[in-house]
Design a protein around this ligand. Structure first.
Ligand code: TEU
Ligand code: CA
Length: 560
């Protein structure tokens, strides 16, 4: 096992729009992040990943970029950015920027030039194709509903957009596009940033010819994973970027990847291949969806979670590395989804944290997770801001005639705005996030769930995270240890061992709100073990037979 700083790091993800507003316009800003750096230091994280902060029409909140080398006016200025970066470095924090280069905004000068001059050099930066009669060029659907093709304004052709129609896909087959991407990545690298989180980066190589998906009915459309993910040139493109920018500037990288399994992930992350450090998989995120359709709800199952995590832990153990996350700006709140956001909110949030931070890989904390922030239910569809939610509602209700109440239920369970409500800093109005009107509703539970209260309470989720992060610094086995499940078929408890050099951990987690018993093989947890952390005031002493309370989590440590 090769040791590396980014394997030992814990990353904190900031959604700048919702983090902290300092000028009362209801939108978070860079000065707000600056104000809260000491909070992050207190928590003990090492790296901050900033969701996009570049100029953007905000059709998809910054994931539609109109200038890759500037700062969104709402968020501040380049001076603010430079100050933020140097203040982060002064505190020993590293910065990871979001690199969104599968697509640009339709307001990006490249796309504007492509529209203006169909014969000019920018046309081939994108995918423009003729339609078929009155239909789009093929049967591909966008990730956000409706066709992936839009007729160009005032022109004859269609352009491809795997996300919203304001996010035209870049054509990476064009060497000029790859050149631009290297240049803009290098612009930030030269400023001294420490890494990139790469948005949907395995979609950059499309199957040549953009063929129709097979087996669809006349007029039917579908997201074309088969022809847009892990395409023929993707590794070549990533290696080029790695050789020219990532390695020369020693950047930490994580690629967000739709439709990857561990075998594919090995090709992206193996240390000898010089592509990326790790990927964000969706496999565990798909376990409460029917057929990969996030809006078709089904309950997640512990046995399936164990199977997915176990497989990733095992398959990436040699020469590769995992990322570990249970929520982000695209996913509902972890405690609402996998724990209990009612009576056992605190216990279950701590249990899930114990889980993430005791697996092999680099853990990612999404803002507010360390407070146990929960999902939200807003009464009217108009109260929502996320383009994915709004498009889905429109398509589901208007095109497919689904029952609006059922559609809202799915939005309450899975919608991305669950994660995007403003950070809850205090019990002051608007949770201390803004003195103005927040761009998205604040969760009314801020009076109880907020950072100020959590910092004062030694038993809070916040302080539990601090302890977990401190333990990772102290015990290498927590970072590098292998993963071996114990009693994998247990219906309620997730138990596993980690071993590294002379040390071992035994982790036992009750994933449900009812007591559970587990009989471990003899000697699994030796008598002389000590407890590193647990989420109740007392804990079961080392034994092969454990009785666990609801959502109880215990980490035992012993020497081999
Ligand atoms: O997400 C990619 C992605 O797959 C998600 O859109 C996902 O399908 C969906 O959110 C699940 O609900 C990235 C960004 O993280 C996301 O915020 C962007 O909207 C998207 O790419 C387009 O840039
Ligand atoms: Ca602001």
């Amino acid at each position: 096992m090769k040791e590396a700083w980014w394997k030992e790091a814990v990353v904190y993800q900031i959604y700048p729009r919702s983090f902290m507003d300092t000028n009362g316009d209801g939108v978070g800003d860079l000065r707000g992040i600056l104000e809260k750096l000491d909070y992050l230091v207190e928590l003990g994280v090492d790296v901050v990943w900033l969701c996009p902060i570049y100029p953007s029409p905000n059709d998809d909140n910054g994931y539609d970029i109109s200038d890759y080398q500037g700062i969104m006016a709402e968020f501040g200025t380049m001076e603010d950015f430079d100050l933020l970066l140097s203040e982060m470095h002064r505190r020993g924090l590293k910065l990871m920027m979001d690199l969104v280069v599968n697509h640009t905004s339709d307001e990006h000068p490249w796309f504007q030039a492509a529209l203006r001059d169909p014969k000019g050099p920018y046309r081939d930066y994108y995918f423009f194709r003729d339609g078929r009669e009155d239909d789009p060029p093929n049967n591909w659907g966008s990730f956000f509903g409706f066709s992936a093709w839009e007729r160009e304004p005032g022109g004859e052709q269609y352009y491809l957009h795997l996300f919203t129609k304001k996010q035209p896909d870049l054509n990476w087959e064009n060497p000029a596009v790859r050149e631009e991407v290297c240049r803009l990545a290098e612009f930030w690298a030269k400023k001294g940033i420490d890494g990139f989180r790469m948005d949907v980066i395995n979609l950059i190589s499309k199957t040549p010819g953009l063929p129709d998906l097979p087996g669809l009915k006349e007029g039917e459309i579908k997201v074309p994973h088969l022809y847009c993910a892990n395409g023929p040139q993707v590794h070549e493109y990533l290696r080029e970027l790695n050789r020219r920018v990532l390695t020369p500037y020693s950047l930490m990288t994580v690629g967000e990847m739709i439709a990857v399994d561990p075998q594919k992930a090995r090709l992206y992350t193996h240390e000898d291949r010089e592509e990326l450090n790790m990927v964000f998989t969706f496999e565990h995120m798909d376990l409460d969806a029917v057929g990969g359709d996030k809006w078709k709800l089904r309950p997640w199952r512990l046995d399936e979670m164990k199977e997915v995590f176990g497989r990733w832990q095992r398959e990436l153990a040699e020469g590769c590395w995992n990322s570990l996350y249970l929520n982000n700006h695209d996913q509902p709140r972890m405690v609402s989804r996998y724990g209990d956001d009612g009576p056992y909110r605190v216990e279950s949030a701590k249990m899930l944290a114990t889980f993430l931070h005791t697996l092999q890989g680099t853990p990612y904390i999404y803002q507010g997770e360390e407070l146990g922030m929960t999902n939200i239910r807003l009464e009217h569809i108009e109260d929502y801001r996320d383009v994915e939610i709004l498009n889905h509602y429109k398509e589901a209700v208007e095109v497919f005639g689904q029952n609006p109440n059922e559609v809202m239920e799915a939005i309450y369970t899975k919608g991305r705005d669950n994660a995007r409500t403003p950070m809850q800093w205090s019990d002051q109005p608007n949770a201390g996030f803004t003195t103005g009107t927040p761009w998205l509703a604040v969760n009314p539970n801020y009076t109880v769930i907020n950072a100020e209260a959590a910092r004062k309470d030694p038993d809070s989720i916040f302080h539990y995270y601090r302890r977990l992060l401190a333990l990772r610094k102290q015990y290498k086995v927590m970072v590098y240890g292998d993963y071996s499940p114990v009693c994998e078929e247990h219906p309620a408890v997730w138990a596993y061992l980690r071993r590294y050099q002379e040390e071992a951990l035994a982790i036992v987690l009750n994933f449900f709100g009812t007591p559970a018993e587990i009989q471990l093989p003899e000697g699994t947890i030796p008598q002389e073990s000590t407890v590193l952390i647990s989420n109740y005031k007392d804990f079961p002493s080392p034994s092969d037979h454990l009785s666990l309370r609801p959502y109880e989590a215990v980490v035992y440590h012993f020497h081999l």
